[in-house]
Ligand binder design. Sequence first.
Ligand code: NAP
Length: 314
Amino acid sequence: MAKRKVLVVGGTGYIGKRIVKASLAQEDHITTYVLQRREMGSDIDKVQLLFSFKKQGARLIEASFSDHNSLVDAVKQVDVVICTMSGSHSGSHESLLQLKLVEAIKEAGNIKRFIPSEFGTDPSRMGHALEPGRVTFDDKMVVRRAIEDAKIPFTYVTANCFAGYFAANLSQMETLLPPKEKVTIYGDGNVKVIYVDEDDVALYTIKTIDDPRTLNKTLHIRPPENILSQRELVEKWEKLLGKELEKISISQEDFLASMKGLDGFGQTVVGHLYHFFYEGCLTNFQIGEEGEEASELYPDVKYIRMDEYLKLYL
Ligand SMILES: NC(=O)c1ccc[n+]([C@@H]2O[C@H](COP(=O)([O-])OP(=O)(O)OC[C@H]3O[C@@H](n4cnc5c(N)ncnc54)[C@H](OP(=O)(O)O)[C@@H]3O)[C@@H](O)[C@H]2O)c1
């Protein structure tokens, strides 16, 4: 079979660089292309990361979101586009920049699969989300509608909680490291959430690019052993640490009241945590006809369990 040509847009970002790495690792099946945005030039870390991809075999394609024809030309060179653009979580609406990419893909007419930048909560289930954080989901739904109106073949990837942001810190706000003395527990701490290592997100994403089972569907990443309550995650850390942490439970009312006085970003974080840890929006539904579960489709992936993940932080 001919090699797939995959273009990653946003390849120097947090999840994007992992997707580039996962794509490069499949060099027998995939030729990896990374969008080199003209505007990127002033950020030395990004530029060096981009050229390190080139060193590893990626092909760089120059284009700009301010130049429609350059995006069309970029898209015409490949079969698959994976976008890993920033989310709109701080109200900056970066997700909506993808509409320009959708226009280019529509005009190019050759793309066999588009994976837009989602990689979080299924936005189609978040119509009720709290302000101001609902912009994250609303903007992703605008992009979905544009993709579907343009009849572009797609897969949406719902990745749930990235481990680096949610597991390493035992889901605490304002730190990315696990506490060693006290931990804040959301409500009774028994609501199930889903933690996923970012490299596993990237691997499942790459596996899905030409899988007919995920064409025009949502790929839900729900590795069964990583469907855990916050208390179960804390217990794993306590076992590794060899001691119990002091647990301070915060009620739903007090948690929501803590939004007052925070800036927009802080309010967004509280709102999202409320939906995940009190309401249970990541696990309170069954995957229906519109979706597939990643670890069922790709049982060969030895996904990272959270006790293994947390060992790094000892
Ligand atoms: N599930 C979770 O826990 C979780 C956590 C974080 C993020 N996410 C989701 O993952 C996706 C990617 O987020 P991320 O944190 O990886 O993104 P990020 O690192 O903030 O940014 C990704 C890329 O977006 C591009 N970008 C940013 N601003 C731009 C602009 N104004 N114009 C053009 N390109 C711009 C840049 O691409 P270049 O490489 O071209 O510079 C950047 O590298 C989002 O949909 C987000 O909601 C999920």
